[in-house]
Design a protein around this ligand. Structure first.
Ligand code: ADP
Length: 249
């Protein structure tokens, strides 16, 4: 079976600066892949290319067996290739529950149009209730988005993305600024919601990455330095030199 996501030979320059050089990487159904590397390595740029926010200079992206290079971000999301929800698409004056309902109804509209709007909405609303229950947020989603605490906002971002029923979810530093316990909780929400969702996780917290990822890809200066199991990556001399040098064994 072909991988869920296949990235082949991606290159991207900004003017004379080469941000991505010949990146090839595959993500399998259901796996959690950590994407690590120093600031400026090209991790977010790669996410932007994969999700369709940036057009690469070279290379190709396939998702679920089909090319997606010509599709805009929203069409890729409709196929299940989703990144943490864009803040611009959230309504701060509405509650988390209302925001989630809009995202879920929009998603249901793609897949279940033939069943009629009422069925779509009922299913979408049930999904929202399940997401809110799984999240363990103390006020159950009734709070205005703008009034959520920092940690709750990170969870809200994640729930908004999960409402789109991703097959592959790209998370760009979802745990930045969270305590270890909050970060662990956030990742547990994803797995509890659907253990089959594949994840690509950009994070700087080495304990989180090495503790939760099946494989790890290391980027450095726009190149993919190494991809492998956490043990193999941790032991790799080039990775240590570029990024993990200060890690104890
Ligand atoms: P990372 O996510 O690994 O920290 P980024 O992908 O954000 O790295 O950035 C990689 C490099 O590309 C950085 O040097 C950054 O300044 C540069 N870069 C990213 N986006 C742009 C852009 N739109 N225009 C010019 N340079 C950019």
């Amino acid at each position: 079976m072909s991988p869920l996501l296949e990235i082949a030979g991606i290159g991207k320059s900004f003017g004379a600066f080469r941000a991505l050089s010949d990146i090839s990487l595959a993500v399998e159904e259901g796996e959690t892949l950590g994407l690590i590397g120093p600031n400026g390595a090209g991790k977010t740029t790669l996410f932007n290319v994969v999700t369709g926010f940036l057009r690469p200079d070279s290379g190709a992206v396939r998702f679920a067996g089909a090319p997606v290079d010509r599709l805009p971000p929203e069409k890729r999301a409709a196929l299940g290739l989703v990144r943490t929800f864009q803040k611009a698409m959230v309504f701060p004056a509405l509650s988390l529950r209302e925001n989630l309902a809009m995202a879920a109804r929009q998603r249901a509209g793609h897949g279940l149009r033939w069943l009629g709007a009422r069925t779509c909405h009922a299913e979408a609303d049930a999904k929202v209730e399940r997401l809110l229950a799984e999240s363990g947020l103390p006020r159950g989603g009734g709070e205005r988005m703008a009034d959520l605490s920092y940690g709750e906002q990170r969870i809200a971002d994640l729930l908004m993305a999960l409402a789109l029923e991703p097959r592959l979810l790209l998370l760009d530093e979802p745990t930045a600024g969270l305590s270890q316990a909050e970060a662990e909780r956030l990742l547990r929400i994803v797995r509890r919601h659907d253990s089959r969702t594949a994840l690509v996780l950009i994070a700087h917290d080495i304990d989180i990455v090495f503790g939760h990822c099946d494989r790890i890809a290391v980027m450095h200066l726009g190149r993919l330095l190494r991809t492998g199991t956490p043990q193999a990556v941790r032991a790799d001399a080039a990775v240590r030199a570029a990024y993990l040098g200060s890690l104890a064994d």
